[in-house]
Design a binder for this molecule. Structure first.
Ligand code: ATP
Length: 362
């Protein structure tokens, strides 16, 4: 397997001039291996769609280049690129049958009728669209229309498949089942894919790698587990999942762990960042499931329960600390733990291994 099948090198796009100038994508580098599915995830306006459109060739970069399988795409127009896009609004031709929608690109390429028939039928079988070939798009459900759109992209045998928020027009339940289908199919076909979404759950469940973007910059690239457990900064930690941020001071540094002072108590956390030193101010990222309320004792950070909700499989707490910070806490299997209600004083046990410590940002 080649290291980088799709590569973005110093890719930049700005729109407008002077005071109106917007830097949508700001000198980004990214490498995607063959067969990987990578999602671009970030808040609205962070540059995801612009990046995807530069890969497809719909936008010309202001600087930098896109390489696919080692070939520069700079001079190659969109219709000649080895890419295909699955759009949010499906972009099907309403007056054509499903078969003809899927066949469209092959006909433009002037492939023979026999070839077209074979390829379209193969892909319809693969995607589960058999028997729907004669229908028109309006006779299909949203999920089926999205499958046609996927079939139409795949039939072209692109080297890189691009997805532009393909599930955002589907209802919540269909979104979940369709994203599983997309993932299975992508793995079965082994096609290198770039997927744009602003839905973090979608990104986490679909991806080999997640690229977190903010204000035109890549903040972090990593597997879903890396991004969740070891976010590189506060933005990523807050954007993916829920996080409590605790300001602490490093008491001592050991080989594998940091001992931290927080509200006069000691908390131990894994030592990921080797640059953090004794005396440094740091930010502890504590996920809601990394804190456990217990009966108070003098070693534990104290707090008062301000809210407690029983969910059966989970107990949700809000606990106020002496400095008035309110922590969000989730306890799985509540039947195995003491249950506290509003007004209870609790001691907070931090689950060492799931804490993550960041240097304080200026
Ligand atoms: P969303 O999730 O809302 O689609 P996004 O992350 O895909 O957001 P982009 O569409 O890539 O963001 O836009 C990045 C920035 O570039 C935004 O500030 C946007 O307003 C600006 N932008 C995008 N396209 C154009 C354009 N054609 N002309 C001017 N500005 C643009």
């Amino acid at each position: 397997m080649k290291e980088a099948y799709l590569e973005l090198k110093d890719l930049t796009k700005s729109f407008g001039n002077g005071a109106d100038k917007v830097i949508a994508v700001d000198h980004i580098d990214l490498q995607v291996k063959e067969g990987e599915l990578v999602t671009l995830l970030g808040p609205s306006g962070c540059g995801k769609t612009t990046t995807l459109r530069m890969i497809a060739g719909f936008h010309t970069p202001t600087g930098g280049d896109v390489y696919i399988d080692g070939v520069s795409m700079n001079q190659i127009p969109p219709n000649k690129r080895p890419t295909a896009m699955v759009f949010q609004n499906y972009a099907l031709f309403p007056h054509m049958t499903v078969f003809e929608n899927i066949a469209y690109g092959l006909r433009i390429r002037k492939e023979s009728n026999d070839e077209v028939k074979r390829k379209v039928e193969d892909i319809m079988r693969l995607i589960g669209l058999e028997n729907l070939g004669d229908r028109q798009p309006r006779q299909l459900s949203g999920g089926q229309q999205q499958r046609v759109s996927l079939a139409r992209a795949l039939v072209m045998e692109p080297k890189v498949l691009l997805f532009d928020e393909p599930l955002s027009n589907l209802d919540a339940k269909l979104r979940v089942s369709t994203r599983l289908e997309i993932r299975k199919l992508q793995q079965r076909v082994g096609i290198t894919s770039v997927y744009v979404t602003h839905d973090q759950e979608e990104a986490m469940t679909l991806s080999d790698k997640v690229v977190i973007m903010d204000r035109g910059l890549i903040q972090q690239v990593g597997s879903p587990a890396e991004i969740y457990s070891h976010p590189v900064n506060r933005f990523v930690a807050g954007f993916i999942g829920k996080a409590n941020f605790l300001q602490a001071v490093v008491d001592s540094v050991e080989a594998e762990q940091l001992v931290l002072q927080f509200l006069g108590k000691k908390i131990v956390a894994p030592r990921w960042n080797k640059e953090i030193k004794t005396g440094d101010e740091v930010l502890i990222v504590a996920r809601p499931e990394s804190i456990l309320p217990e009966h108070p004792n003098e070693e534990l950070v104290e707090g008062v329960v301000v809210n407690s909700v029983y969910f059966g499989s989970q107990m949700l707490y809000e606990v106020e600390l002496p400095d008035h910070t309110v922590l969000q806490i989730e306890v799985a299997d509540p039947q195995y733990h003491p249950i506290f209600t509003q007004g209870h004083k609790v001691g907070l046990a931090f689950k060492d291994r799931s804490l993550h410590v960041l240097p304080m940002e200026k």
